[in-house]
Design a protein around this ligand. Sequence first.
Ligand code: FES
Length: 137
Amino acid sequence: MYSEKVMDHFMNPRNVGELENANAIGQVGNPTCGDIMKIYLDIKDDVIEDVKFKTFGCGAAIATSSMATEMIKGKTVEEALQLTNKAVMNALDGLPPIKVHCSVLAEQAVKAALSDYYTRQGIDPLPIVGEIKEDVH
Ligand code: FES
């Protein structure tokens, strides 16, 4: 069902944990499966110097978070914004169709963190795709 790369990133996820000095944090969740992904970024001079993640979710969610963090580490904010779930899936040699949404969660978590970065810089944030907001009315 899963490629060797997916299994590797699931069994030995890269960049797991939190960053105490993170200057951008993004969290997204999928309402259907209930999985949650949180990404911490340490950005200096527009370059992602460090990144960590915490994912409460399925194996594919963990593997896609791990791969996504590897793909944006050392990149500029602009470059990281180009990350797509398709690129993450390709880097993992594919995912079963039923698990594609897990890679979407990874893309959304990265974008939510980058949006948080822009907000903290006083720049209009990007729309956070997929952010789950509770109705407070
Ligand atoms: Fe929902 Fe994987 S099953 S993120």
